[in-house]
Design a protein. Structure first.
Length: 179
């Protein structure tokens, strides 16, 4: 297990774009084909996120919930736009739960997902290339590793310093009482 990095995100963007373009070329331009490509790419990205997270618990449950939600959206035959937004929301939830350290960082992450979706929509409108749209979306997503995480780290460090000082004080009091 390794940490998510910008370089890994760029490599993932290239791989997703190639895979998505190939799948779109093979499967055609039908809504069902687009749903399959969206579900597979989002599922692969969620697996990447879960693999690179530091969390020790909950990854299997998150993966099962993602698959269940994706399957329910597929079976309900929701419109393609709603299907896409459901998967974008699932990606945001996974990143918020496993990588965000505060509400502002989760909101920044949501903004990044919206920016990536807007860039992908612009790319598909201008070029009609699913591969370029996929690459644009995932390239923007590779920046999520730069969202600040200072708030949680600082609080954890101060709590650790407090606990350390408390233990030292209690040990000093015990020594004074034993003497």
């Amino acid at each position: 297990m390794s940490r998510a990095t910008f370089t890994a995100g760029v490599v993932l963007a290239v791989l997703a774009a190639v895979a998505g373009a190939a799948a779109s070329a093979v499967l055609g331009q039908s809504p069902t084909a687009y749903r399959l490509v969206v579900a597979l790419l989002a599922g692969g990205y969620v697996l990447y996120l879960l693999w690179t997270s530091d969390a020790k618990v909950g990854r299997v449950v998150a993966g099962v919930l993602f698959c269940t939600g994706s399957a329910l959206a597929w079976l309900a035959e929701v419109p393609l736009g709603l299907f896409l937004f459901a998967h974008l929301g699932a990606i945001w939830l996974v990143r918020s739960c496993y990588f965000a350290t505060s509400v502002p960082s989760a909101l920044l992450d949501l903004g990044l997902i919206v920016l990536g979706a807007a860039g992908a929509a612009w790319a598909i409108e201008r070029t009609q290339s699913p591969g370029l749209a996929i690459w644009t979306f995932f390239l923007v997503q590779s920046v999520f590793v730069f969202i600040p995480t200072v708030a949680r780290d600082r609080r954890t460090a101060s709590e650790d310093a407090y606990q350390s000082a408390r233990r030292a004080a209690l040990a000093a009091v015990r020594k004074m009482g034993a003497a």
